[in-house]
Design a protein around this ligand. Structure first.
Ligand SMILES: NC(=O)c1ccc[n+]([C@@H]2O[C@H](COP(=O)([O-])OP(=O)(O)OC[C@H]3O[C@@H](n4cnc5c(N)ncnc54)[C@H](OP(=O)(O)O)[C@@H]3O)[C@@H](O)[C@H]2O)c1
Length: 361
């Protein structure tokens, strides 16, 4: 299994750090706290930011695994499934069709500059996020990568997904070259923060025809063969475009990032993708990039259901995605919202409530 040496070593280190009353754990914690005081500014009530980030990881570890309709097909071969995987103990995760484990909640940074991305990534880590979508379109991968480096969170505790936009050229070879250039650019940008492999990389949009799509995909398979990414994925792909990939694929896509929310879910995207071994990751899960936020009827309906569980409209909307069999990537500039958006794994919507929410689109 690729990465297993590196992952095993770091996971072992991580467990030592988490077992804070072991002598080595104490020594390492003290050392890392001293280091962090030099690196990252003190953050509230005498707790430095790095400690807060570690504590958030520990707190999130108590969340366990999602049950009740939220989880995705575990198609993994036993050999792959038992290998060390990133973030497995930190978040509710889905097991992707390639055996890799994927935290259901992701934070994605859209159209921020590097310094804002730096700040918000640290806040997201502090709130407990471990899955990050660092899109090339946002132009902030370097800021993100620097924050990851300065946080000192073990790489293997994180799930990092990049993206490539190569849909504006046509023909197999042109698409392959453009995509190769794209993933190399990702690795360069992430390299600024010492990130030397990705957990996933996504084709942000499909090429104009089947041949171009297959060229894009071949470049991703080459990256995968070089062990620079664990999984390869797509975004905004229709069923027909997925079939173009699957027709020739040696390595299959495992995630399709789509606009998907309680207010917008045309067709049966989750089931269509699942039948191809692909998990839907919702973009605009709160309506954000799809023309702003939810309208007031959607908010009101979600909010009404949320009262019973002491949850906000947003938490109900995100929970609906998970219970529908999807995952999501959201974003915020508001720290309370960061925490809210992660805190959706301790309640379960009833069948009746799911039906009501299904009808809002
Ligand atoms: N693949 C693609 O084609 C594509 C296209 C667009 C976006 N994306 C990705 O999708 C991800 C999500 O982007 P999005 O903007 O569409 O996300 P979104 O989560 O639907 O919307 C974000 C908006 O929701 C608000 N929000 C977040 N949490 C909230 C809460 N608990 N309560 C109330 N409001 C809340 C935020 O405002 P506050 O700042 O006030 O919290 C922000 O304005 C990003 O990673 C982006 O890169 C992908």
């Amino acid at each position: 299994m690729i990465f297993s040496k590196r992952a095993t070593a770091a996971l072992a280190l991580c467990s030592v750090l988490l077992v804070s009353n072991s002598p080595l754990g104490r020594a390492l914690s003290t050392k890392s706290q001293n280091q962090s005081q030099n690196q990252i500014q003190t953050h509230g009530s005498g707790v430095d930011r790095r400690t807060a980030i570690q504590r958030a990881g520990i707190a999130a570890a108590g969340l366990g695994t999602v049950t009740g309709g939220g989880l995705f097909l575990p198609n993994a071969s036993p050999a792959v499934a038992t290998a060390a995987e990133p973030a497995a103990s930190i978040h509710p995760v889905a097991t992707l069709a390639d055996g890799c484990r994927f935290p259901l909640a992701s934070f994605g940074l859209q159209i921020y500059d590097d310094s804002t991305a730096y700040k918000l990534t640290l806040t997201a880590l502090e709130c407990g996020y471990r899955n990050f979508f660092a899109s090339v379109l946002a132009g902030n991968q370097k800021g993100f990568a620097r924050a990851i480096k300065d946080s000192n969170v073990p790489r293997e505790d994180l799930y990092i997904c990049g993206s490539v936009v190569s849909n504006r050229v046509s023909g197999f070879e042109n698409a392959r070259q453009a995509t190769t250039k794209g993933w190399k650019r990702n690795m360069e940008a992430f390299g600024v923060g010492g990130i030397d492999y990705l957990d996933q990389i996504m084709l942000d949009y499909p090429g104009p025809d089947c041949e171009s799509i297959q060229g894009q995909w071949t470049a991703f398979e080459e990256m995968h063969a070089q062990k620079l990414t664990r999984s390869i994925s797509v975004s905004n792909f229709s069923a027909r475009q997925l079939d173009c990939v699957l027709e020739k694929a040696r390595v299959k896509p495992v995630v399709n990032q789509l606009p998907y929310s309680v207010a917008y879910h045309p067709g049966d995207a989750v089931a269509d993708n699942a039948s191809r071994g692909i998990l839907v990751q919702a973009w605009a899960p709160l309506g954000g990039s799809l023309g702003g936020r939810f309208d007031k009827n959607v908010k009101k309906a979600c909010g009404k259901i949320g009262k019973k569980y002491d949850k906000s409209f947003a938490q109900v909307a995100l929970r609906w995605i998970v219970q529908s069999g999807g995952s999501f990537t959201t974003q915020s500039k508001n720290k309370d919202h960061f925490s809210e958006d992660l805190n959706i794994f301790d309640f379960e919507l009833t069948e009746e409530e799911m039906k009501t929410l299904n009808s809002l689109a």
